[in-house]
Design a protein around this ligand. Structure first.
Ligand SMILES: [Zn+2]
Ligand SMILES: [Zn+2]
Length: 167
């Protein structure tokens, strides 16, 4: 059964920051091939490249959205960058056969349990491009700081990525 979902991250950025999402994303999904829950797989735009523990994993990034909106309040002007990965993967229900999985369930489900979104960010102050990421279990509020000049680039204050089922 094909499952489609979106993994979405929102970054509140300083003005003139440039964001470029990578063409891979890391997501934890239940794998019916090895019958294990919470497998973290690197999902690519090319379906042949997505692997789980040495076997092909039928998952692909169909499209990546990189949206920018300008948000103005009385006190400040911020750029809101929204990264959305639209992902499709093949899901089959199974039960993890191991006695102790270490998890609170043994039956699989179709929902992603964790994700990490990687992106390149260009600092408007020193013009350096560097790789940053956001993930569900980040200690928040988090301030993304330029590794070269220490300029504060963005804030990340709500748990993300958000997962939404799509049809
Ligand atoms: Zn697997
Ligand atoms: Zn900088």
């Amino acid at each position: 059964m094909k499952i489609n979902f979106a993994a979405k991250a929102i970054l509140i950025c300083r003005k003139d920051v440039i964001i470029q999402p990578l063409e891979t994303t890391e997501i934890s999904l239940d794998c019916a091939v090895c019958k294990k829950l919470h497998r973290t797989v690197i999902i690519h735009k090319d379906i042949k490249k997505t692997q789980c523990a040495g076997h092909n994993f039928l998952a692909v990034i169909k499209t990546i959205e990189n949206n920018k909106k300008v948000w103005k309040s009385f006190f400040m002007k911020e750029d809101v960058h929204e990264i959305i990965y639209h992902i499709e993967y093949e899901y089959r229900e199974f039960e993890d056969p191991r006695d102790r999985t270490g998890y609170d369930r043994r039956m699989s489900n179709e929902y992603p349990s964790w994700g990490r979104i990687n992106f390149l960010i260009t600092c408007p102050k020193c013009n350096t491009t560097q790789k940053h990421f956001t993930q569900n279990n980040l200690v928040r509020p988090f301030i993304g700081v330029c590794e070269h000049c220490a300029y504060q680039l963005y804030k990340d204050d709500k748990e993300q990525p958000l997962f939404e089922k799509e049809v």
